[in-house]
Design a protein around this ligand. Structure first.
Ligand SMILES: [Fe+2]
Length: 161
C-alpha cells in the first residue's frame, strides 16, 4: 500500500509524505520503544523507592494509564516487524524469538496486575503491604530491563546487519 501511495504521490508531483515513524529504520523505532520502556521502569522504581509514605498517588495513576498501552505498542511492533527481520538475519534464532514472544505475553500479564495496584493506590486506597507492592514493582521493572538488555545485545545488532 505504501508503494502505491508513493507512486501516486510521484505521479501527481506532490512532495513526499512527511517522514513517519514507520518510515524509519526498524532498529531506530525499536530503540525509541526501548527508551520509553526504560523510562517506565525508572518511574516504577521511583514509586517502589518511595513506598510507603512517599508515594505520589497522581504518579501512580499516570503510570497506570501508560504501562499496559505502552508495553502493548512496543510488543506489537517487535512481534510484527522486528522479529521477522531478526528471523531473516539470524535463521537459527527461532527458539530465541519464541522465548521473547512468550516474555512479551508474560510481561503484559504482569503489567496488568501492577496496573490494578497502581490504580488502587492512585485512587486513595491505603498501602497495606508496602513490601509486597515493592516486590511486585521491582519484579516487573527488573524483568523488563533484562528483556530490553537482551534485545539490545542480540536483536538490534542482527537487524542492523
Ligand atoms: Fe521485546
Amino acid at each position: 500500500m505504501r508503494g502505491e501511495r508513493q507512486l501516486r504521490t510521484m505521479v501527481a508531483g506532490e512532495p513526499p509524505a512527511p517522514r513517519t515513524e514507520e518510515a524509519r529504520h526498524p532498529a531506530l523505532v525499536m530503540q525509541r520503544l526501548h527508551e520509553n520502556k526504560l523510562a517506565l521502569c525508572a518511574a516504577l522504581e521511583a514509586i517502589a523507592d518511595a513506598l510507603p509514605d512517599g508515594v505520589c498517588r497522581a504518579e501512580c495513576l499516570r503510570i497506570a494509564s501508560l504501562l499496559v498501552p505502552l508495553l502493548r505498542q512496543a510488543h506489537a511492533y517487535e512481534d510484527d516487524v522486528i522479529f521477522p527481520a531478526f528471523a531473516a538475519a539470524a535463521p537459527d534464532a527461532d527458539l530465541t524469538i519464541h522465548r521473547l514472544r512468550v516474555e512479551h505475553v508474560e510481561d503484559e500479564s504482569f503489567a496488568d496486575e501492577v496496573t490494578e495496584i497502581l490504580l488502587a493506590v492512585g485512587h486513595g486506597e491505603p498501602i497495606t503491604n508496602a513490601e509486597a507492592m515493592g516486590f511486585m514493582l521491582r519484579g516487573l521493572f527488573e524483568t523488563l530491563r533484562r528483556h530490553i538488555a537482551f534485545e539490545r545485545e542480540h536483536v538490534l545488532p542482527a537487524i542492523l546487519g
